[in-house]
Structure formats: C-alpha cells, structure tokens
Design a protein around this ligand. Structure first.
Ligand SMILES: Cc1cc2nc3c(=O)[nH]c(=O)nc-3n(C[C@H](O)[C@H](O)[C@H](O)COP(=O)(O)OP(=O)(O)OC[C@H]3O[C@@H](n4cnc5c(N)ncnc54)[C@H](O)[C@@H]3O)c2cc1C
Length: 404
C-alpha cells in the first residue's frame, strides 16, 4: 500500500491544529496530559462547548444532527491532532455509543430530547452493560425490566459493574432483560435511564491507579418511562452490536499510543545515565525503536481500514487484531515511560487538581513531563480487559481468520 494524505487533507490538518493551539486551555491541556479519568465535569462541559461552538462537538454524527461530512480520514486527522494538543477526548459513551444508536433506531422524541444537550455539553452519559457475572458472556445479563400494571413504566432491578464515569453522568444507557421466554440474546432491550431516578445507587470502585472513575450501579425498583426504550423491545443485543461496530478502528488506540510514545521519548531525553540522555543509550533506544515500529505498523493497518482497502481476512477478525495489538501497545508504551522515570516512578499520586499533581516541595523531582505517568501505567493494565478481553478477541481471530 502506498499511502499519502492529499494536499487538501494536509490543509485540513493545519486548520484543526491551529484551532487546538488557540483553544486548548492550560487547564484542559493539564487533564489531557495527565490522562485523568474522568476530568472534572465542569472542565469537560466547557471543553465540549468550545468544540460545539466550532461545529466540531460530534464530527462523526450526520450533519442533520450537528455532525460533519468529513471523510473517515479527516475524522482520523481530527482525533490525532486533538490528542497531540492534549485536548480532552472524553464522553465517548454519550457521543460515540448512545447517540449513534438513538440516531439509527430511536424515535423523533428521543432524538430531540437526548441529542442536543449532549452535543452542547450539558449532559453526560455512562454505559451500563456489564454485570458481576456477565462481562465477556454479556448475553447472560440478569438486570430485569418489567412493565408495570399500567404499562406506562418499566420497573428495573439488578446490578451493573465497571460502569465508567457514572459519578459524573446524568444518564445511562442500559442493557436490560425484558423477556425471559426467548433465547438470551433475544430478550434484551436498550433502555435510557435518568440516574437521578429513585432506587439508583452509584458506588465508586477505586482502581489500582487510585482513580475513582469506575463504579457499581445498583437498581432497585427503578421506575423508567416506557418511552425511554430505544427501538423495539428485545432488540437491545443487535443495537449493542451496532454501536460497537460503529467504532471499528477505535480499538487500536492509535492516537493514544502515538502520543504516549512521544511522552516516553521526552522523559528519556530528560533523564540521564552517567550524563548521557537515556534515549541515546543503546538498550533503551532499541526498545523505543521496537515500539515505534509496532505503532507505525498498527497505524497503517488502521489507515487500510479507513481507506477501505480490500482485506484478505474478515473485518471482524481484523478489528479484533487491532484491539489485541492496540491494547498491548498501550501497556508497552506506558511501561516504557515508567522505566524511563526509574525510581521516581515509585511515588505516584492520584490525578486531580493541579496542586495534587505538582506539590511545590517536589518541583525538582517532579518536572511536568512526569505528571500522571505512573497512574496511567497502572490504569492501562486494564486495557486488555475493557472493550473486550484479549482472550475473547483471540478466540474471534482464531475462528474467523483461521477457521479453528
Ligand atoms: C477500566 C474498565 C472500564 C470498563 N468500563 C465499562 C463500562 O463503562 N460499561 C460496561 O458495561 N462495562 C465496562 N467494563 C467492563 C468490561 O467490559 C468487562 O470487564 C469485560 O467485558 C470483561 O468481562 P469481565 O470483567 O466480567 O471478565 P470475564 O468475562 O469474567 O473474564 C475473565 C477472564 O476470563 C477470560 N475469558 C472469558 N471468557 C473466555 C472465553 N470464552 N475463552 C477464553 N477466555 C475467556 C477473559 O479474557 C478474562 O481474562 C469496564 C472494564 C474495565 C476494566
């Protein structure tokens, strides 16, 4: 494959880059750099408003709902520049997961009610799929939604787990079981639930990096208006598959990996061994080169999909390969960072406010480029689990690419 961006695409890149240069505030850049998950809600809100004011609040949506008509390559360029500028690439559950399903399968009332405030940064969403015994085997989920006697409300009972960002969210899109009489996949529905409804308890789970973005969500006799069910009852499984298929190349985490490699290099340029920058020592330089080559290869795989090059294997198998490679690279590149930091990586801190991250007495030991790196290293241990566990992805590759 011989791939080059056209002059028009390059001009587009410059336009986007300039916009981020002018609009990423120091506060946004801080949270983007540190990799806070989640950043403070108000910071996110203002950032989404900035993007929305430029017409870039949800570039991947159809134009009639406030999106853009950009090609897949331009969306790729946009996200790459956004991450390079340490802009916040957050709130995916709402803009990239819930919204495409509502756009494709929701009714007019749902589109009018849920999309505009999301685009404007006034509402945030979480994804309530996984349950304590239903992660990889999601079709076995047990959270039950039954219509009440009047037929106007669903009564929801059950528990979700690993629900990212429920503490800063207003709404959640949930997979719930509405029919016990059919095969598991057929009895699941897609329900939008206001998290302020009585009967909902959100309990944070503190993760290994000290973050509290993950939660458990308990639902006890939660009354949800029937009109919050998206599409047809029993079709939730198909809608969930649709939403995952919409973001086929996101699983490569290519922008993240490229940006974090640059950070690893900056650290290794600043850290020295016997007066020599670590980056110039042969053993470390070799590790950097290996990871860089693997990231480049992954990027080309992503571009092949975006430019719709004909593929030898099933697209599903290719996407699973991107997930396996991309998530392993997330772990390798963050490991490279903490290795470059040496003993300084041992004192890690919870992300949060600027003061938390940069206590003045530590200034000499904690130059800005080290902020958040150890937390990120720890959090990325989960990258081979979320979004589809590695072993399950390998099963898919074995079946679809090798017929095993
Ligand atoms: C950081 C993070 C954020 C998350 N955010 C969300 C969220 O916002 N919303 C949400 O709904 N969920 C979320 N999840 C949940 C995530 O989707 C699940 O953790 C994931 O699907 C795996 O399910 P599980 O944890 O139940 O593990 P299990 O499915 O129990 O898997 C445990 C182990 O067994 C292996 N395994 C399972 N089945 C097979 C098989 N058939 N063959 C071989 N090996 C197998 C797995 O690979 C894994 O190593 C998040 C998880 C994490 C870690």
């Amino acid at each position: 494959m011989n791939f080059e961006f056209s002059p028009e695409d390059e001009a587009f890149r410059q336009e986007v880059r300039q916009f981020f240069r002018d609009n990423v505030s120091p506060e946004v850049a801080h949270y983007g750099f540190v990799g806070a998950h989640p950043p403070p809600r108000e910071v996110l809100r203002q950032w989404q408003k900035t993007l929305h004011a430029r017409g870039w609040g949800a570039p991947h949506w159809p134009t009639e709902f406030g999106g853009t008509d950009w090609s897949p390559l331009r969306k790729h360029i946009f996200l790459e520049e956004l991450l390079n500028a340490n802009g916040l690439d957050y709130g995916w559950q709402g803009t990239h997961m819930m919204a495409p399903v509502v756009i494709a399968f929701g009714n007019q009332w749902q589109k009018d009610t849920f999309l505009p405030p999301l685009l404007a940064g006034d509402t945030f969403w979480c994804q309530g799929f996984s349950e304590p015994n239903s992660g990889s085997d999601l079709a076995s989920l047990k959270t039950r939604a039954e219509l009440d006697e009047s037929g106007s409300h669903y009564i929801v009972n059950g528990q979700k787990i690993w629900t990212s960002d429920a503490t800063i969210s207003d709404w959640g899109f949930f997979l719930v079981r509405t029919d016990l009489t059919v095969k598991p996949q057929r009895g699941i529905s897609f329900l939008l639930i206001d998290l302020k409804t009585p009967g909902i308890t959100v309990r944070p789970i503190i993760s290994i990096d000290g973050g509290h973005g993950l939660t458990e969500v308990f639902l006890e006799n939660v009354r949800v208006p029937k009109e919050n069910l998206v599409g047809e009852p029993g079709m939730g499984w198909s809608y969930a598959k649709y939403l995952l298929e919409k973001e086929r190349t996101a699983s490569a985490f290519i922008y993240f990996n490229k940006r974090e490699l640059q950070k690893a290099k900056s650290i290794a340029r600043a850290e020295t061994v016997n007066g020599v920058p670590l980056l110039e020592t042969p053993a470390f330089a070799r590790r950097v080169a290996e990871i860089e080559a693997d990231i480049l290869a992954l990027e080309w795989s992503v571009l092949r999909i975006l430019t719709k090059e004909e593929l030898r294997d099933s697209l599903d198998a290719v996407v699973s390969t991107l997930k396996v490679r991309g998530s392993e690279l997330q772990q390798r590149v963050t490991e490279l960072q903490v290795d470059a930091m040496g003993p300084r990586a041992l004192r890690f801190f919870t992300h949060g406010t600027l003061q938390d991250c940069a206590p003045s007495e530590w200034d000499d030991l904690w130059p800005d480029h080290l902020l958040g790196r150890t937390n990120m290293y720890f959090f990325q241990r989960a990258s081979t689990i979320y979004g589809g566990a590695r072993e399950v992805q390998k099963n898919i590759i074995a079946k679809l690419a090798f017929g095993l």
